[in-house]
Design a protein around this ligand. Structure first.
Ligand code: ADP
Ligand code: MG
Ligand code: MG
Length: 211
């Protein structure tokens, strides 16, 4: 089975950084259509800085690792997504606390707290065509799967699938928050960049179950 320990979260951060760098041009293209063409470069810079900080700081718990990532995302990503992703990681880090091994249910509580803080900070809800449209269904799918007594890897797989489906479901939506909302109806027909990067991040979390 999967152990949600420090090596798991290190694998997550490695995979997240790799996949965001590999998809930076794609994310920036999505943002070029309905925003200011910087989402990929923002995240590439932010996760590069966060991964370097984790390598330098040597956190000894999952919570400390996520908190370090969050602080660096807030400081280096910029734009709307920097403070929002910063909040996600810092909030999760706080909920994981000092535990050396995170219980699967605790990860569920951390995801739920993270999506609640994004919704509060961004004044956003599902259906607004933002990262919430991937993060909320991913969180719900993970918690539901655990409730059905599925193991951690299966629950994270369900979360990754829900995040991808949620990101794709932003295509027909009109953006209600962020720069894309300035386009009004012209935002319809485009996949939200932040929902897309969230789906990549949740997929990295699932892939970290495979050492
Ligand atoms: P910016 O739009 O400031 O250039 P990014 O391009 O890095 O920042 O990130 C844009 C993404 O941030 C959007 O695609 C959307 O998913 C997310 N976003 C923007 N505003 C909000 C908000 N108020 N609530 C939730 N997510 C938001
Ligand atoms: Mg942008
Ligand atoms: Mg910008």
């Amino acid at each position: 089975g999967t152990t949600l320990d420090l090596p798991f979260f290190r694998r997550f951060l490695d995979r997240a950084t790799t996949v965001l760098v590999a998809h930076a041009a794609y994310l920036t293209d999505l943002d070029a259509a309905i925003g200011d063409a910087d989402h990929g470069s923002n995240l590439k810079r932010g996760f590069g800085s966060a991964a370097q900080a984790v390598a330098d700081a040597g956190p000894t718990t999952p919570g400390a690792l996520l908190t370090t990532v969050g602080v660096h995302l807030t400081n280096t990503v910029g734009g709307a997504s920097g403070p929002l992703y910063g909040t996600v990681f810092r909030r999760m880090g706080k909920i994981l606390g000092e535990d050396a091994e995170v219980a699967p249910e605790t990860l569920g509580r951390a995801l739920a707290a993270a999506v609640a803080s994004v919704r509060r900070l961004g004044d956003s809800a599902p259906g607004d065509a933002t990262m919430v449209d991937a993060l909320q269904p991913a969180t719900d799918a993970y918690i539901t799967a655990l409730g059905e007594r599925r193991d951690t890897a299966a629950a994270l797989k369900a979360a990754a699938e829900a995040a991808r489906t949620g990101a794709e479901a932003t295509i027909p939506l009109q953006a209600r928050r962020g720069r894309a909302s300035y386009l009004g109806e012209r935002s319809i027909g485009h996949q939200d960049p932040g929902a897309t990067s969230t789906a990549l991040l949740i997929t990295a979390l699932y892939e970290a179950t495979d050492p």
